[in-house]
Design a protein around this ligand. Structure first.
Ligand code: UDP
Ligand code: MG
Length: 339
């Protein structure tokens, strides 16, 4: 353990530089890309100067099937700028898939990758802090919004509500962290093994584990253009997040069924009492009891079936069950070979 740690520290002491890939998904972003490139270039030049990143580092724009001139612009920026590269997807696959495509490409070329939105809402000055934390041995650095002063009331209300519901549903996510984060090569290698189709990256990364840290930043307004996340997309994204990571909704139906079934027993007793007192119309008692008892039983049965479907659903995802972070074995350490 200590040897591994020392090796890593030594590596960092001697080189202290890494190959960084910025993964930037772009969907109809022709209005902002020039400015984004300008700002990222300044950051990259600065980090190169300080010897923190190597010349192999890149700003990787992922064009997510834009309908405007975004791809042509990326090609142009690539010719004119040392740091800029591009990745063109076959069609619009949505933000999460575009980020994943970029990350999976970057993983073979970098030591760590940072995903960031194109619209400059994420603070580019946090990038250097992320790189510093990586050089200090962190594998994941989450960019967390320190406040939402610049958001509209509606966006703030829905977004923060979303994080709270996710927490309540038992999904382990970082509060107020979106998709501005650094991930080391080994985190990306693990991520490759998650074969799920309904992507929800911010839920996946805490699941992968490894040492992590947060960096706080003030989120800006969009530099130009409109949000590519209308309410409908936002809701479906939130629902995907919950159903991809939690079977709580199913369990909720199950418990509701049990509760209603107990209520039906109470009503049974009540009906019998009323019946004996002779204060009811003929047939009332049996109807009352059967409505409640059957309703409860049905919900209970659906919930139970759902429970099994939930299990199957998680199984078909075929997620890896664990990842080895370190091998604590004397023999292996001496030989210097892994499992
Ligand atoms: N985006 C994408 N594909 C899409 C929608 C959005 O690649 O189908 C990108 C978009 O270009 C931006 C990022 O995802 O870089 C976040 O989108 P946006 O800023 O519109 O979302 P908001 O910040 O309003 O939630
Ligand atoms: Mg945005």
């Amino acid at each position: 353990n200590i040897i591994v740690l020392c090796n890593r520290l030594e590596d960092n002491m001697s080189t202290k530089s890494m190959t960084l890939y910025m993964v930037v998904p772009c969907y109809n972003e022709e209005e902002v890309l020039e400015e984004t490139t300008k700002q990222l270039n300044v950051i990259f030049d600065g980090m190169k100067e300080a010897g923190k990143i190597t010349e192999k580092s890149r700003i990787l724009y992922v064009n997510d099937g834009s309908r405007d001139q975004t791809w042509n612009l990326i090609s142009k920026l690539h010719k004119e700028n040392f740091w800029v590269s591009g990745l063109n997807l076959s069609r619009n696959r949505g933000h999460q898939n575009a980020v994943l495509a970029g990350l999976m490409y970057a993983k073979d070329h970098c030591d760590a990758a940072i995903s960031m939105d194109a619209d400059l809402q994420d603070d580019v000055h946090a990038i250097e802090q992320m790189v510093d934390l990586y050089l200090q041995g962190k594998d994941v650095v989450y960019g967390v919004r320190s406040s939402r002063k610049k958001d509209t009331f509606f966006k703030k209300f829905t977004a923060e509500g979303f994080y709270k519901i996710m927490k309540w549903m038992g999904v382990d996510i970082v509060f107020n962290h979106a998709d501005f984060r650094l991930m080391s090569k080994r985190v990306l290698m693990e991520m490759e093994k998650y074969k799920e189709v309904n992507l929800f990256l911010r839920g996946m990364v805490p699941l992968i584990g490894y040492p992590s840290e947060c960096v706080y930043y003030e989120r800006n307004e969009r530099f130009a253009g409109e949000s590519k996340y209308p309410l409908k997309k936002m809701l479906s994204f939130a629902f995907d997040g919950i159903t991809s990571f939690s079977v709580k909704p199913i369990r909720f139906i199950l418990s509701m069924g049990i509760v209603i079934f107990f209520v039906s027993i109470a009503i049974l007793i009540y009906s019998i009492v009323r019946h004996c007192m002779g204060a009811t119309a003929l047939g009332w008692s049996s109807l009352m009891v059967s409505i409640w008892a059957l309703g409860g039983l049905q919900l209970f049965a659906i919930g139970l079936i759902g429970e099994y479907i939930g299990k199957m659903y998680l199984e078909t995802k075929g997620r890896p069950r664990f990842a080895i972070q370190e091998v604590l074995d004397k023999v292996e350490n001496e030989k210097g070979t892994a499992l």
